[in-house]
Design a protein. Structure first.
Length: 232
């Protein structure tokens, strides 16, 4: 019997649905009963994760605790920036977390590159810088003026704008990272792959949503060990 996955989502809703689609697609199921049971809290009411002191941590912790109460065995978060509260989420729920930042950083390391560009909000950038440094990789980020352009484009995507101009803008921002010496690009916000495809990036493109979905399948089906619970 597979483990039950508890999913903290809604940040934003469209990216969470993409994660669920990938989770199903990557599951080696021969019948519908072979798929992984998922208990999801798709909560777009989580306070803005890009705003310091927004109070998102306690909300996420409460969601995680409720997922455990509903029967979840292990957690995943379909949002990069929310991993800033990973410790609190695990302490509150008593459940191990399949870490998206760790998973994407491992995927970058596996490519053999040494300089990784990350498109993401400030909180996600901070997390990726730490994880990449722990694997002897440097992180390339956008200069402040281009970061402001990225955040404006991200806001448009979150509002449902997946138009060609937004797609072109995100491709240009990825190209900026390559021009600064990045050998690979991590989509450090789950909305980015909604408008940016790998073939539009001339260097290695790493989609954390895809890698997280694959790892959740492996963990829940017993093909990979359950991550160690914080403090255990």
């Amino acid at each position: 019997m597979s483990l039950i996955l508890g999913l903290l989502g809604g940040m934003g809703p469209a990216a969470t649905l993409v994660f669920l689609e990938k989770l199903q697609a990557f599951t080696p199921a021969k019948a519908e009963q072979d798929h992984i049971r998922v208990i999801a809290d798709i909560n777009p009411g989580v306070p803005d994760l890009s705003a310091p002191g927004s109070g998102a941590g306690p909300v996420l912790a409460e969601m995680a605790g409720a997922l455990r109460g509903a029967g979840a065995d292990v957690l995943a978060i379909a949002c990069n920036a929310a991993h800033a509260h990973a410790d609190l989420i695990q302490r509150a729920s008593g459940l191990p977390l399949i870490d998206m930042i760790e998973t994407a950083s491992d995927a970058a390391c596996a490519t053999g590159v040494r300089r990784v560009g990350v498109l993401g909000a400030r909180g996600a950038l901070r997390l990726y810088r730490e994880y990449l440094a722990a694997q002897a990789m440097g992180m390339v980020s956008l200069p402040s003026d281009r970061q402001a352009v990225f955040m404006e484009a991200l806001g448009r995507i979150k509002a449902g704008d997946l138009s060609s101009p937004v797609q072109a803008q995100m491709a240009e921002l990825a190209a900026d990272l390559a021009a600064e010496g990045a050998e690979a690009v991590i989509a450090g916000c789950t909305e980015i792959p909604l408008v940016l495809r790998p073939e539009e990036v001339r260097i290695e493109f790493i989609d954390p949503v895809e890698h997280l979905a694959r790892r959740c399948v492996d963990v829940c089906l017993g093909m990979e060990a359950v991550p160690q619970l914080l403090g255990s």
